[in-house]
Design a protein around this ligand. Sequence first.
Ligand code: UD1
Ligand code: CA
Length: 449
Amino acid sequence: MAAGLGTRMKSRRAKVLHELGGAPLIAHVVRTAQALDPRTILVVVGHQAQEVEQAVLAEVGELASFAIQAKQRGTGDAVESARSQLEHSDSLVLVLSGDVPLIKLETLRKFIEHHYSAAADCSILSVRLENPTGYGRIIRDESGAFQKIVEQRDATEEQRQVREINSGIYCFDSGQLFRALSKVEPANDQGEYYLTDVAEIILRNGGGVNVFLHHDAREVSGINTRAELAEFENLIRRAAIRKLMIDSGVTFIDPSHAYISAEAEIGRDTIIYPNVTIEGKTIIGEGCVIRSGARITNSRLGDAVTIKDHSIIVDSQIESSCAVGPFAHLRMNAVLEEKATVGNFVEVKKSRLKRGTKAMHLSYLGDATIGERTNIGAGTITCNYDGKHKHETIIEDDVKVGSDTMLVAPVRVGARSMTGAGSVVTKDVPPDSLVAGVPAKVKKKLSRG
Ligand code: UD1
Ligand code: CA
């Protein structure tokens, strides 16, 4: 169920599209569902249906199909909208909520097994909470047998004392589910069709209802507000950092001020300073140092790499023993080969710096391939854009590019050449030459050595 807006989020975006650990809530849920190897994953969509469908398809592709709930009249109505697709499927229907993202595969497996072994028509996953406020309560009779679920707002003072709550996760026999669903009335405080009423109806009609009490309450906590979303984010983050410290041998100077994606891999003896953000599928090698304010997204770093303060590295690759920053920006598949160095205020876009090459200060290197052991002087710019198209710059091995050189692409600078300070290079520079001036001309041939 993922059709609701999530009023309590106070958002224009559907709740299930809000991100947790870098992925929309709904992506977490369908990913877990997929691991159960079901016949199909049917997602009930309504608010921002297209975006929600896209988020689902991106995660599980073909396995997903959709039912539209145009008006959100409650969780019962949400399941009702899938009637034509499921009613005659003669199958087990596992109902999950799009806003309960941390449910574990193992828990669902046990829950389903329990449903089968109890030969129940309906099973409800419940937990006990210290503070059950806001959840539907599991009401039992004196003998402890299940009677019904009562929502917070419809509950009596006595019922509100019950600490066992409905997680919103259920197993149903498809036939029983839709037979009972036809009888649900919106006779409650919100005037909605509650899926929770189905359990009571199945029971009244002589069906078997089984409650599976699970011990880990956090796993089934729903996200209803941004405060809860932030708490979950914090939980996931802490768990990821703890794992990196304990299992991988990563040092965090201040684990409470590091922001590390759960998908990140970091090698031993790497040191992470405070206020570092590592996003997406980033892989960092051993013995690296990542200083404060760095953000590294979907990138790969070798061993013994130093990232100095406030550098941004996105979709890029940095081989071993490189240094970057402070205040450097690598993006769009920038590649630094071993021992390359990029210093203060240098931007590298879609460019490769080969082994041992240095660009230490104030440069823009875009669409460039730069050879080995080359030095890029302060203030060098690849003028890669003529207003319409991007062009390539090629700088070969052992070149010395003088300070403030403009390389007007497309252009090539031959091996072992030099450009004088302030050169504007508009034509290819042959190997072993010194060029200078505006536009730059060959001044002399350099002796090889
Ligand atoms: C629901 C349960 C409550 C349980 C809680 C657990 C009901 C009536 N109550 O309450 O007993 O303790 O979950 O988290 O079911 N949705 C739709 N269409 C709708 C309404 C909701 O698709 O018309 C979807 C929402 O997008 C959401 C899910 O169903 O993903 C749950 O809806 P929500 O409004 O959050 O239910 P709760 O009030 O939390
Ligand atoms: Ca909820």
